[in-house]
Design a binder for this molecule. Structure first.
Ligand code: SF4
Ligand code: SF4
Length: 137
C-alpha cells in the first residue's frame, strides 16, 4: 500500500507551497514590469516550456509551471514572482487567461529597441497592456 507522505515530507518548491503527485498547487507569474520590456531571458531556462507570448509581454501557464524557480533570477527587471507574494491574484488571473490563447515561446528573441525606456514606468498595464498575441516560436 503506497505510503502517504507526512506534511513535513512534502516536496516544497521555492515558493513554499507543495506539489504532491500530479496536483498543481502553485505557480510563478509574470507581472506588470514585463510590459513593453519583454527581454525574454526567461524563456530558454524553463524546463517545461510554459511561457506564452503576447504582443508586449509574456505570461506563464499556471497549470504547466512546476514551481522550479529557475526563471525568477533570469529576468533582468524582476518581473517574475511566485504567486505566494501578496497582491498577485490579479496577475495570476492574467497569466492564466492569456496563456490559454497566446502562442508558446521557448526561444529568446531580441527585446524591443525601446525596452529600457519602460523599465521603471508605473501604471504600464493601464497604459500599454495588449491582449493581442505575439508571434511565438
Ligand atoms: S525576462 Fe522578464 S521582462 Fe523579459 S520576457 Fe521574461 S519576464 Fe518579461
Ligand atoms: S518557475 Fe520553472 S517551470 Fe515555472 S515558469 Fe519558471 S522556469 Fe518555468
Amino acid at each position: 500500500m503506497p505510503k502517504v507522505p507526512e506534511p513535513g515530507g512534502l516536496n516544497l518548491g521555492p515558493s513554499g507551497r507543495h506539489a504532491l503527485g500530479q496536483v498543481r498547487l502553485m505557480t510563478y507569474v509574470v507581472t506588470e514590469v514585463c510590459i513593453k520590456c519583454k527581454y525574454m531571458d526567461c524563456v530558454e531556462v524553463c524546463p517545461v516550456d510554459c511561457f506564452y507570448e503576447g504582443e508586449n509581454m509574456l505570461v506563464i501557464h499556471p497549470d504547466e509551471c512546476i514551481d522550479c524557480g529557475v526563471c525568477e533570477p533570469e529576468c533582468p527587471v524582476d518581473a517574475i514572482k511566485p504567486d505566494t507574494e501578496p497582491s498577485l491574484d490579479r496577475w495570476l488571473d492574467i497569466n492564466r487567461q492569456y496563456s490559454d490563447s497566446w502562442p508558446n515561446i521557448t526561444t529568446k528573441k531580441p527585446a524591443p529597441p525601446d525596452a529600457d525606456a519602460f523599465v521603471n514606468e508605473p501604471g504600464k498595464f493601464d497604459k500599454y497592456f495588449s491582449a493581442n498575441p505575439g508571434e511565438g516560436d
